[in-house]
Design a protein. Structure first.
Length: 456
């Protein structure tokens, strides 16, 4: 079966060969994407597809303008609509830091997705091939990746589709040479300054000599198996998470007693999954293993994680939290909701008949006249003193929170509501005795401080 036929069959199996369909092809001008462009032109002619070619200008290399012009000419030759989009890689990298290549990749895909939506295309096609897949799996293996990393590049992720992922680079280059195609050479691929290039230039030749030309297919098959395993484990971890994991506005907690009943791999997977919920990116090995040690650690022990996150041992759980936000002083008014700290705060005017008392600490009722005006939210300080309702005497806020069994990480995330006469409420914890509703109260307010998770 020809390369064009195999590409068409891949697209058909993924529901993308539809009459009058519209596909967006990411074209850099290199040999891989140029071959994909010609393949899609052949397929589009048979199926009546509309094609758009997109060149993403990163502003990093002097050859980029020439490549953009090449892709525009290629688009015309393939009866495709040409689009060039510029992204400010250096600017974003300067503000956010991190890897320049990672920033470029993120901005590139975001730009492609915006263009896809703008022109109404069903999918974005990229020219990743079998050698790219093998290099990705190998790179992940060498840096100590887990199952998901060894699954490599997915053939389809969202609207990103990679129809050449099982095709070796040698076959793509043979296709180009046989048809006398021209393409642009990306000089950045020659530099060992980038880890992927160093791997390609120094490690892979030895692999090829030892394992033969079929080595990309072997690693590609392994990636497919790991992808299936990752799908299975993802469902399994989700079911385990339902048993032992709780999420609130401050972070994620995992019940230690439940964790102790699981295999170590399940423990590692759950801790990694929890960190991903909090931070948006899964943990590296050193982070996950540092959290694993907390299962048998004493309460108060901590693991410092990247991005300012922290994991710490509580009495019966391991808590993972994002960096605590600075709590500015904010004035509050009745009948308005305010997102503050780790939750949503509100004061609502109500009648005496609406007052109800429960064991839910996230809700309290106050006497507006006793509290005074204005009311404001702020962080508590070591000097703060209040009279806890039902306690009989005044106490420092820091001491009271510590007595509640709250760790330092949780205590610092709890705001206080303050009036002109002092603290009214440690939000979600305890009301001040002077603020409570009495038989002669005339103006009553309902306080509520619920975590973002409780709002869902």
């Amino acid at each position: 079966m020809s390369l064009a036929s195999r590409t068409a069959e891949f697209l058909r199996l993924h529901g993308l060969l539809q009459r009058d369909g519209h596909l967006l092809v990411a074209v850099s001008g290199g040999v891989d994407s140029t071959v994909l462009a010609y393949l899609m032109a052949e397929i589009a002619g048979k199926w009546g597809l509309t094609l758009s070619f997109a060149y993403i200008h990163h502003g990093l290399r002097p050859q980029a303008d020439e490549e953009a012009e090449f892709v525009s000419t290629l688009s015309e030759a393939c009866s495709a609509q040409a689009h060039t989009r510029r992204i400010d890689v250096r600017g974003v990298h300067g503000r956010e830091g991190g890897s320049l290549q990672d920033v470029a990749r993120r901005l590139r895909y975001a730009s492609l997705e915006r263009l896809r939506v703008e022109i109404g295309a069903e999918a974005i096609l990229t020219a990743h091939h079998a050698d790219d897949q093998a290099e990705t799996v190998l790179a992940h293996l060498l840096r100590g990746s887990g199952v998901r990393g060894l699954a490599g590049i997915p053939p389809v992720r969202g609207h990103i589709v990679r129809p050449l992922l099982s095709v070796p680079r040698a076959e793509i280059e043979a296709y180009a040479h046989e048809r006398g195609l021209s393409w642009k050479h990306d000089s950045s691929n020659d530099s060992d300054r980038y880890a992927r290039n160093a791997l390609r230039h120094n490690v892979i030749p030895a692999l090829r000599e030892h394992a033969g030309a079929s080595w990309p297919a072997v690693l590609g098959d392994s990636a497919r198996l790991f992808r299936s395993l990752d799908d299975f484990l993802s469902h399994h971890v989700e079911s385990r998470a339902a048993e032992c994991m709780e999420t609130d506005g401050q972070g994620v907690s995992l019940a230690v007693q439940a964790l102790k009943g699981y295999f170590e791999f399940e423990q590692l997977a759950l801790l990694r999954h929890a960190l991903e919920r909090v931070r948006g990116s899964s943990g590296l090995f050193d982070e996950v293993f540092s959290m694993l040690h907390l299962i048998d650690a004493a309460p108060g022990k901590r693991a410092i994680l990247r991005g300012g996150c922290v994991a710490f041992r509580e009495k019966e759980a391991i808590a993972i939290m994002a960096p605590a936000a600075d709590l500015n002083v904010v004035a509050v008014a009745p009948d308005r909701e305010l997102h503050y700290a780790s939750g949503v705060f509100s004061i609502t005017r109500c009648e005496e008949a609406d007052v109800r008392f429960s064991t839910d600490p996230s809700e309290e009722f106050i006497d507006f006249d006793s509290c005074g005006q204005p009311l404001r939210l702020r962080a508590w300080t070591d000097d703060d003193i209040f009279a806890p309702l039902g306690f009989g005497r005044s106490k420092r806020v820091a001491e009271f929170l510590s007595d509640q069994g709250l760790t330092q990480e949780r205590r610092t995330r709890i705001p206080v509501l303050e009036g002109p006469h002092g603290i009214v409420w440690i939000c979600g914890v305890r009301l001040d005795a002077h603020a409570c509703v009495r038989d002669d109260s005339e103006r009553i307010g309902r306080l509520r401080f619920s975590t973002h998770e409780e709002q869902v």
